[in-house]
Design a protein around this ligand. Sequence first.
Ligand code: HEC
Length: 156
Amino acid sequence: MKRVKTVLTAGLILLIAIQFIPVNSNQDVQIKATDLNRIYPVPLQVQAILKNSCYDCHSNYTRYPWYSNLQPISGWMASHINKGKKELNFSDLGSYPLRKQQSKLKAIINSIHDGTMPLVSYLFIHKKAELSETDKTLVINWIEKTKDSLSLLKKE
Ligand code: HEC
């Protein structure tokens, strides 16, 4: 019994201690010139879908729920955001070379087709972020159209 108490106390102290690990929040104030919406004409519906389902991890604008202030949740979220942004950041899309933009747009179609995005662990908490069939079609159709006109929109 004494051992259980010691372990629980140690656990509690550890939990309190990790609350002091700082995490930078991912919330830009301004919209960058390289933002997806600044470089391509994105239909409002598509913007809303991406914002709702993808921007938390793939842009500089994460919406933070109250529990995100608690460690280890904040650390776990920050790691998803860092990894997600490294692969694809809608706020920086315009700074990618044209080829990379094209390959990222293709990767988005693949991820939606395969159902790998948004991450399952995220959907578990954010049920509303799940893409409906209509959402998927809207995003994919828009990308198909945009991909073809990319070279006209922007010269490298
Ligand atoms: C909870 C965070 C999170 C959300 C929400 C999320 N992603 Fe991701 N995404 C990641 C992470 C992390 C990676 C890095 C690879 C991995 O771990 O699977 C990634 C990788 C990707 C890649 C791969 C890039 C490449 O070049 O292969 C694409 C494309 C992508 N995400 C698209 C999306 C789209 C589209 C949405 C919205 C429908 C979305 N993601 C929502 C976290 C997220």
